[in-house]
Design a binder for this molecule. Structure first.
Ligand SMILES: Nc1ncnc2c1ncn2[C@@H]1O[C@H](COP(=O)(O)OP(=O)(O)O)[C@@H](O)[C@H]1O
Ligand SMILES: O=C(O)C1=C[C@@H](OP(=O)(O)O)[C@@H](O)[C@H](O)C1
Length: 298
């Protein structure tokens, strides 16, 4: 089967503003076990498009597309940021740099809450490396998370996940996307507390919509036969959320998508972009760090 990988990256400030020194970085993601040789043979195409919006907003999208054979994985993204948002996230990143002092950020939250998507935006803004505990487990074991669950069971996966978090806890300047169930083991909190934990709190309905859109193949706890995907995902996610709600609340910082939507004057969280969530995360991290530092605004 031939598959297309498409990723849209929004690059704006460095085109027009001299005030931003760090150039945004982007990366194109491939299925986990695609051989290096296959990647080298894959044809790429680039498309740079400038869009003007109302209120003088301007975005510049770089769309990178690539096709290759023998893969069933499709990754695509369309993560737009306005010039204002790009400047805001750069400014906020610089503001909290000294408070962060190199500490890593651990994103926790349900499957589909955007830990990976938002994590990459945050790592770009902060100039941090990005890592994903699931990917680390896959690298260590040589098989996918779905295969680990199928062949060795969940307990084995949880052991490997803890080991991945232990290794990550030795690092600094990382944004880490943890697996949705990482919060259920207290030993994992010991490792995550080496950095700052941030809960991406997304309403259940939005999670179900996102996961139904991408399918459940890579998420074994949600996987089901193909019929009635939306309601099956809804039931399973709602049970997991009930079991884990308190565990997520252990995070030092909470980023509520509903609150961001309310600030934007809407109830619909699907209007809340990964960039807006990343900016809110930095603002909440700043509040937490200043409180921790004994800082008192006059
Ligand atoms: N703010 C958002 N708005 C719309 N879709 C999003 C948002 N954040 C993530 N997504 C989409 O939801 C899906 C799951 O996101 P992902 O970052 O993989 O979540 P997690 O790592 O928490 O499981 C992806 O298809 C992603 O593109
Ligand atoms: O919620 C969970 O228990 C899991 C979430 C998954 O990660 P994502 O949250 O990145 O999907 C992955 O670790 C595994 O399938 C189990």
């Amino acid at each position: 089967m031939e598959t297309t990988v498409m990723q849209q990256l929004q690059f704006s400030p460095w085109i027009h503003s001299k005030s931003v020194s760090a150039k945004p970085k982007g990366s194109l993601h491939f299925p986990r076990r695609l051989a290096e040789q296959d990647i080298l043979q894959a044809p790429f195409s680039f498309d740079l498009r400038v869009s003007r919006h109302s209120n003088h907003r301007r975005t510049v999208a770089l769309k990178i597309s690539c096709s290759y054979k023998n893969s069933s994985v499709l990754e695509s993204g369309n993560h737009c940021a306005s010039v204002d948002e790009s400047l805001a996230i750069q400014r906020k990143s610089r503001e909290i740099e000294s408070y962060l002092n190199g500490r890593s950020i651990y994103l926790v939250g349900m499957m589909g809450s955007g830990k990976t998507t938002v994590g990459k935006v945050l790592s770009n803004a902060l100039g941090y490396s990005f890592s994903d505990s699931d990917s680390l487990v896959e690298e260590d074991t040589g098989i996918s998370v779905a295969e680990i669950f199928k062949v060795y069971g969940e307990d084995f996966f949880r052991e490997r996940e803890t080991e991945a978090l232990r290794k990550l806890s030795l690092m600094r300047q990382f944004v880490i996307s943890t697996g949705g169930g990482a919060v259920t083991r207290s030993i994992n909190w010991k490792y995550m507390h080496k950095g700052i934990s941030v809960w991406l709190d997304v309403p259940l309905e939005a999670l179900v919509k996102r996961i139904s859109a991408v399918g459940t193949n890579s998420r074994p706890l949600l996987h089901h036969d193909s019929t009635d995907a939306y309601s099956k995902t809804l039931v399973r996610l709602s049970t997991l959320l009930e079991e884990r709600g308190e565990a997520y609340a252990n995070a030092e910082v909470t980023v509520s998508c509903e609150k961001i939507a309310a600030k934007l004057g809407t109830k619909d969280v699907s209007n809340v972009t990964p960039m807006a969530i990343a900016i809110e995360a930095l603002e909440q991290i700043e509040i937490f760090l200043k409180r921790e530092d004994g800082y008192c605004a006059i």
